[in-house]
Design a protein around this ligand. Structure first.
Ligand code: SF4
Length: 330
């Protein structure tokens, strides 16, 4: 699942109330949790409400293609900036997730059947948007025998057929799905991304349906099976993790061969989601980036508004350049 995040605060940072009915419909499993008041965001988190022509054009293509985006489903605060540049992260296999992570605003429940026509529509939308780089993510589909791996691979193939865009996939963990992840790796995306999201100590409260070492192993597997693919993973900051724990996760990622690390501030979607422990300052994010770079990642993006797919197109070019520089220096 995607690293995400906020937005009942809205892109402008102002608080909006979400009706109890709509909240219960999106997250029925969280309704017995105690309420945690939403904290006011600091000035460095505020972003402008989206209004640009590019934003409206991206919205039109998404609607006409009957596509789902994680930008909207998770209420990403960067939607104005990203969609203005026609950069949207498409979410495949429906809008309903079978996990119940306490940080994520994507709707939970039992999803419908897969849409066999979705790969074609995704390929057409990528071509229509004229994307040079596309990020595809999905909900978790624990209800499917392969966790949706074959569908993921079909989407990669359809994009390759319709466009020259480089492809980044942000996958679920395929927990208890045997070797299903190999199907996705063998589809040869340019970037294989799976977010660890948080430090192992917090998994039980933040990612209760997932297992830290399984997720880590998935990243390692992707690199072992196809070393030419870039691997990428992300962490949320501000959930109660210590700096030492984050540094340990960085080491774990490097041991698994992860090339690219993203770190961004966790924002609480609703009163029923995990509370923000604290807002990490821009200087602290910068310090984490410096530490991560010293550990040997090819690329690190660490800032309050960093998300898995934020600036993914420019970052892909930087990743390639960093690898070439590394190989050239040997
Ligand atoms: S950061 Fe990612 S999820 Fe957020 S708006 Fe941009 S592309 Fe969408």
């Amino acid at each position: 699942m995607p690293t995400l995040l906020d937005n009942k605060g809205g892109p402008d940072g102002a608080r909006r109330s979400e009706s109890d009915d709509s909240r219960a419909a999106r997250h029925p499993e969280k309704q017995n949790r105690p309420d945690t008041p939403l904290q006011r965001k600091p000035s460095w988190i505020r972003v402008r409400a989206p209004t640009s022509e590019g934003y409206l054009e991206t919205k039109r293509i998404v609607r006409e293609g009957r596509l789902t985006t994680v930008c909207e489903e998770a209420g990403c605060p960067n939607i104005g900036e990203c969609w203005t540049k026609k950069h949207a992260t498409l979410m495949i296999m429906g809008d309903t997730c079978t996990r119940a992570c306490s940080f994520c605003n994507v709707k939970t429940g039992l999803p419908g059947a897969l849409d066999a026509d979705e790969p074609r529509r995704v390929g057409e939308a990528v071509a229509a948007m004229g994307l040079g780089h596309v990020v595809i993510t999905s909900v978790d589909r624990d209800d499917l025998a392969d966790g949706g791996a074959a569908h993921f691979a079909a989407v990669v193939k359809a994009i390759r057929a319709a466009s020259k865009a480089t492809i980044e996939i942000l996958t679920p963990d395929f927990l208890r799905k045997g070797n299903a992840a190999d199907i996705v790796i063998d589809a040869k995306p340019d970037v294989f991304n799976h977010n660890l999201e948080t430090v192992p100590r917090l998994y039980l409260s933040i990612r209760p349906g997932s297992r830290y070492y399984h997720s880590l192993r998935l990243l390692e597997r992707a690199k072992e099976r196809d070393p030419s693919q870039f691997t990428k993973s992300g962490l949320m900051a501000g959930l109660g993790e210590s700096k030492e724990e984050v540094m340990q996760v960085m080491d774990d990622m490097r041991s698994a061969g992860v090339d690219f690390l993203t770190i961004g501030q966790y924002l609480q979607p609703t009163r029923k989601h995990a509370a923000v422990d604290r807002f990490v300052t821009p200087d602290e994010f910068q310090a984490l980036e410096t530490i991560a770079k010293s550990k040997g990642f090819l690329l690190v993006s660490s800032s309050p508004l960093t998300r898995s797919s934020y600036h993914a197109d420019e970052d892909f070019a930087r990743l390639r350049a960093a690898r070439e520089a590394q190989l050239g220096g040997r």
